[in-house]
Design a protein around this ligand. Structure first.
Ligand SMILES: Cc1cc2nc3c(=O)[nH]c(=O)nc-3n(C[C@H](O)[C@H](O)[C@H](O)COP(=O)(O)O)c2cc1C
Length: 187
């Protein structure tokens, strides 16, 4: 079995909902085992046992949620020293209120996490523009769920905005299945 770990933080449920949709996409790929975990509950062993890690964050002040950063620093940081994440597959998604269309920081939030993945030596999976749902719920870095309306009224991430997230989960799972167990990088 190829293992996909989905890590998220949430206050109001939007990022959790998106994590579950990403998980449903990953689960749809044969031979994939999926685990969805709140960022503060993830252990080093969870990460080591995974072939792919997908991290989802709410946009907070234009950057990742502090609990997601805590996961990166406290769980992934020690694994960086041991080179444990090199060659694992990494991907991201985000939700934001979206004031001013994509809002301040959806892209920066995902890029900040992908930057962390690059530090960790992970193989990053983007979101190609051919992905179903991309025009409403996609950025090239990963799916983006806008959780508020034009006047910042809370709409939640609506169904059409979730389609790209489901496909992202499946894309990442397929890449992980192809790469699992392979020695990709020279030492
Ligand atoms: C402290 C804080 C800062 C936020 N900053 C931003 C922001 O910079 N850009 C944005 O689009 N939304 C921002 N939001 C809105 C959240 O990103 C949005 O409501 C998100 O969907 C919440 O995810 P959750 O439901 O998983 O908690 C902020 C929310 C909070 C609580």
């Amino acid at each position: 079995m190829t293992k996909v770990l989905i890590v998220y933080a949430t206050d109001y449920g939007n990022t959790q909902k998106m994590a579950e949709v990403v998980a449903s996409g990953a689960t749809s790929v044969p031979g994939i085992e999926v685990e969805v975990k709140f960022a503060e509950d993830v252990t080093e062993d969870d990460v080591i046992a995974s072939d792919a890690v997908i991290v989802g964050s709410p946009v907070h002040m234009g950057s990742p949620d502090w609990r997601v950063k805590k996961f990166i620093d406290q769980v992934c940081g020690p694994l960086w020293i041991k080179d444990s994440l090199i060659g694992k597959v990494g991907a991201v998604f985000a939700t934001g209120g979206g004031y001013g269309n994509t809002g301040g920081g959806a892209e920066l939030t995902m890029l900040a996490l992908l930057n962390n993945f690059a530090e960790l030596g992970m193989v990053m999976v983007p979101l190609p523009k051919i992905t179903p749902g991309y025009p409403l719920g996609g950025l090239q870095w990963g799916p983006y769920g806008r959780s508020a309306g034009e006047h910042m009224e809370q709409t939640g991430v609506t169904e059409p905005r979730l389609e790209a997230a489901k496909h992202h989960g499946a894309n990442v799972a397929r890449v992980a299945a192809v790469l699992a167990g392979k020695e990709l990088f020279a030492k």
